[in-house]
Design a protein around this ligand. Structure first.
Ligand code: ZN
Length: 460
């Protein structure tokens, strides 16, 4: 059963199997079969994939020595002697190596109102982390308190809330006596069905988080009643959310946050709900119904009251450090529909970023996966993630665009029974984790410890 579901890691082994997990519905376009392929061999595949990924990026870079060598004529080549006798124009300047993996924005220095956004990946709170947090006076800040100030550094901060926050609901979504802030494996549980105590939401607010996605493959871990309960809990504390709706609701899927005079719309979706039925259409799909997400994006982009549209898809293959074709194609469609940026999660590992240029001339950054922000998955790639920062500019009379990106490499450290999310550069954290992350995203965009959040440092 476990390999059928996503987001495994530390299994809640004493949990009874849930009858609702039986495959009673047709698989989604991104079916569980793809998860099956990734799961059993995941550790080996990730370990092998890491150095390959860096090598691939190096080869693709414009300054690749290998490509220059291959292109050079040999001494036996007639062209070589011609080169010696005929003056040649100087070689074009090569891009500086430290920036080869970064994103360059043509309108980085355009004037206008500005705003910064911070985003982190999955809050996948396996039982070890829940036990730690529920026993600590500071709650989940016992897990990620070290990076709290880095989340609060931006004007708006986002995270993916992977699981239900349903007070007094058991694994079937039925009302039972709530145990309080205790990991009882019935109301508050871990893999395969996550449910968190509502104090988590207070802890997120205290951490500077402003908006969360509730659209992910664990959105229905407490069934339809759990979606309703989660939304009620979020509304109760005033934490903005996107991607799910209460039963019978016809209101918007998105949330709007306002800061710096800009209205930013957030729109989350998921590729799957782990084969748990969604009879009331409470969870926004990324791929199905076909075109629905793109229409939502287009409507938000056309709304004169909205300055930017950030789409946060929950997508991709678990443990794959490269986005798949479906992700790349959807990213392109979202960009063309009017997204300002696309920030993904779910694969449990970091996936690369790129800058898409749309037919109407906009530049849309896509970060395919932010990895696990907080989880108990022991493999190095699954403990390595980042805080991503986006800087936005709204020129006078125009929509906002992203003007720059920065990031802070993160790592989940195990200290005995405790799990701690740490900023690697600030605590002298593990070099192997840092090398993995910087190998994908480059050194130039790293935000140094103590540095101000300058998302376009090269501008006057
Ligand atoms: Zn997921």
């Amino acid at each position: 059963m476990s390999v059928l579901l996503a987001c495994s890691g530390a299994a809640d082994s004493r949990a009874p199997p849930s009858p609702a997990l039986a495959p009673t519905i047709a698989p989604s376009p991104t079916s569980a079969a793809r998860v099956d392929l990734a799961a059993p061999t995941s550790a080996a595949r990730v370990d092998r994939a890491a150095p390959t990924s860096a090598a691939r990026v190096d080869l693709a870079a414009p300054t690749s020595a290998a490509r220059v060598d291959l292109a050079a004529p040999t001494s036996a080549d007639p062209a070589a002697s011609a080169t010696r006798t005929t003056p040649q124009p100087p070689a074009p300047p090569v891009a500086p190596t430290p920036d080869a993996k970064g994103l360059r924005f043509a309108r980085a220095c355009a004037p206008g109102d500005t705003l910064t956004i911070a985003a982190v990946g999955d809050l996948l709170l396996h039982h070890e982390l829940q036990i730690q947090a529920y026993a600590a006076p500071e709650g989940f800040l016992a897990v990620w308190g070290e990076v709290k100030d880095l989340l609060a550094l931006a004007d708006i901060s986002y995270a993916n809330l992977e699981g239900a926050v349903a007070t007094g609901l058991n694994r079937k979504g039925e009302p039972v006596t709530d145990p309080g802030r205790v990991f009882d494996r019935n109301v508050y549980s871990s893999y395969p069905r996550f449910n968190y105590h509502a104090s988590l939401l207070d802890d997120l607010i205290r951490s500077g988080v402003d908006v969360v996605s509730t659209a992910n493959n664990h959105a229905l871990d407490r069934e339809s009643t759990g979606v309703d309960a989660t939304i009620a809990a979020l509304d109760r504390v005033g934490l903005a959310h996107t991607g799910t709706r209460t039963r019978g609701a016809t209101g918007p899927w998105h949330a709007v946050t306002r800061a710096g005079g800009l209205n930013v719309a957030w729109l989350a979706c998921t590729f799957s709900t782990n084969q748990i039925p969604d009879p009331d259409d409470q969870v926004l799909g990324c791929y199905a119904p076909a075109g629905a997400l793109e229409r939502e994006v287009a409507a938000l982009a056309a709304d004169p009251a909205i300055d930017a549209v950030i789409v946060t898809p929950h997508w991709g293959r678990e443990y794959s450090d490269e986005p798949d074709r479906a992700q790349r194609k959807l990213a392109r469609r979202l960009a063309e529909a009017g997204a300002t940026a696309v920030i993904g999660s779910h694969p449990h590992v970091l996936q690369t970023w790129e800058l898409l240029r749309t037919k109407d001339g906009r530049e849309v950054p896509v970060v395919y996966s932010l990895g696990n922000f907080a989880s108990h998955q022991p493999e190095l790639p699954r403990r390595s993630s980042m805080i991503l920062y986006l800087g936005l500019t709204r020129p006078p009379g125009a929509k906002a665009h992203v003007h720059g990106v920065r990031y802070v490499p993160l790592h989940v450290r195990q200290d005995g029974e405790r799990y701690l999310v740490e900023a690697i550069d600030r605590v002298g954290g593990p070099a192997d984790s840092r090398a993995l992350t910087v190998g994908v995203f480059g050194e130039a965009a790293v935000l140094a410890p103590g540095a101000p959040l300058a998302t376009r440092p090269a501008c006057p």
